[in-house]
Design a protein around this ligand. Structure first.
Ligand code: HEM
Length: 432
């Protein structure tokens, strides 16, 4: 484990051997990463026989890290920082600028508390109630349709639910356009060419929309209850007592709306897993909450969503006799760590039972980041994701009959986020 005592001690110990981080021999690995975003780090790490290796991505030296021990190091804020870590392509699409993801130290902890409070369990339960209403509405519509593409249908369903819950005004006439924009922020962010440009345009438009909502609320031109996300964000005060500039408040509001709509990806995986493991359908229908928990956790471990997260080496240090140089970009392999054979028995097998016992270490199970969400950058929305996934499973096993017609259900792992090629189509939908 890295620590300042050890780092400084290492530098004073003149005779201690310090090696360079093993290098991936390719001159530029961006194309290889694009071809295999989920396997790139773990496979090269295995080839080089090291949990950390250096490569060049987007023309910058980048340290790639995989496995639970590397994850523990990655989440040590003395060793890694987030400011300036995310590539421009992500800042201009998925993340925006100046949001909680880019903060370090006390500024991060203070902003993070805002998210943890507005996503507390009672608030998550309120969101799930909104979503239940939307599921019921959608099911009535679906029964009249010849085919339902679940991924596309879930996006407006979740957008309506999260906007109503967050206190964000959303007229029915706006739903389609806003849903398209919120979806482009996560669905097109990792693509190239035209789709990537669409994601950039969606970022600019959504930020203007969200900033306008924040300003109108501050000017009391509409009402939102004090415990709603929009109210909490609009009136959040920074450590110096100042309100957030509207554009940054917009980024934070989108940090709630966008990923809730992105939960559509996990709900599609839930439908996919239910179809692929029919023995679990009866178990889930029986209603044992431990089974539902285990099933959704195994989906988050086994299915590919976020491949990796970026950081930056904060100051020079040495770990396992390897030298990390200040300023170098680092990437922690989330997918590979969730499949690391040192932490997971038969990692490629889908086995929800593995979650029925002891909870895994927060450095081995990292689908939404690792370590402690109160203190580190780990996702504050895991409660939302778990509850929305379990709700979807309750709906798919208890409230809806449907047919899964022949289709290409193979997961396309070259796109970000990965999805079944068919986006999961159902037919003959019959609400019970
Ligand atoms: C849809 C499934 C989701 C996935 C796969 C996901 C994944 C992640 C990951 C990998 C991180 C970065 C962790 C790190 O940097 O160490 C993150 C951070 C974050 N997520 Fe999520 N997330 C999801 C849903 C949500 C939801 C529903 C919300 C809020 C409603 C949310 C809000 C955030 C925020 C605000 C951060 C930044 C936290 C920080 O920097 O301290 N996410 N998420």
């Amino acid at each position: 484990m890295c620590g300042w005592g050890e780092v400084r001690g290492t530098r004073l110990a003149v005779w201690r051997w310090v090696a360079s981080i093993p290098r991936d021999p390719s001159l530029e690995a961006s194309f290889a990463l694009k071809r295999d975003p989920y396997g790139f780090i773990s496979e090269r790490a295995r080839m080089l026989g090291s949990d950390v290796f250096e490569t060049r991505l987007l023309l910058r030296r980048t340290i790639c890290m995989t496995g639970p021990q590397a994850a523990r190091l990655f989440y040590d804020p003395r060793c890694f920082a987030r400011h300036g870590a995310a590539p421009a392509a992500l800042r201009k699409t998925l993340l925006g600028q100046g949001g909680v993801q880019t903060l370090d130290g006390d500024a991060h902890l203070h902003r993070k508390r805002l998210f943890l409070e507005l996503l507390a369990p009672a608030r998550v339960a309120a969101l799930v109630r909104r979503a239940a209403h939307e599921w019921e509405r959608a099911a009535q519509r679906w029964k009249a349709l010849p085919r339902v593409e679940l991924y596309a249908e879930l996006q407006p369903l979740l957008a309506r639910a999260v906007c109503t819950w967050a206190g964000v005004p959303l007229a029915e006439s706006e739903v389609a356009a806003r849903t398209r924009e919120l979806t482009a922020l996560f669905d097109a962010a990792g693509s190239a060419g035209w789709s990537h440009l669409q994601a950039r345009r969606a970022r600019a438009r959504s930020e203007r929309w969200a900033a306008d909502i924040v300003e109108r609320l501050r000017e009391t031109r509409f009402h939102a209850a004090e415990d709603t996300a929009v109210h909490r964000i609009a009136f959040h005060r920074e450590l110096d007592g100042a309100l957030l500039p509207p554009r940054i408040a917009a980024v934070e509001l989108l940090n709630v709306l966008r990923p809730t709509v992105a939960t559509s990806v996990y709900v599609v995986f839930a439908a996919h897993a239910l179809h692929a493991h029919p023995d679990w359908r009866a178990k889930l229908a029986a209603g044992d909450p431990a089974h539902a928990d285990a099933f959704v956790q195994e989906i988050r471990r086994a299915y590919p969503f976020f491949p990796a997260v970026p950081a930056r080496v904060r100051e020079d240090f040495v770990w396992r006799d390897l030298e990390f140089r200040a300023g170098t970009r680092a990437l922690l392999d989330l997918y590979g760590t969730n499949h690391d054979p040192r932490a997971w028995e038969e990692p490629e097998a889908f086995r929800p039972e593995r979650f029925l016992g002891e909870l895994p270490s927060p450095f081995a199970f990292v689908p939404q980041g690792g370590a402690d969400p109160q203190l580190h950058h780990r996702c504050p929305g895991e409660g939302v994701v778990l509850e929305l996934m379990k709700q979807a499973l309750r709906f798919l096993t208890g409230s809806l009959d449907y047919t899964v017609p022949p289709q290409d259900l193979a997961i396309d792992r070259t796109r970000l986020p990965a999805l079944p090629h068919s986006r999961f189509v159902i037919t003959d939908v019959r609400p019970r």
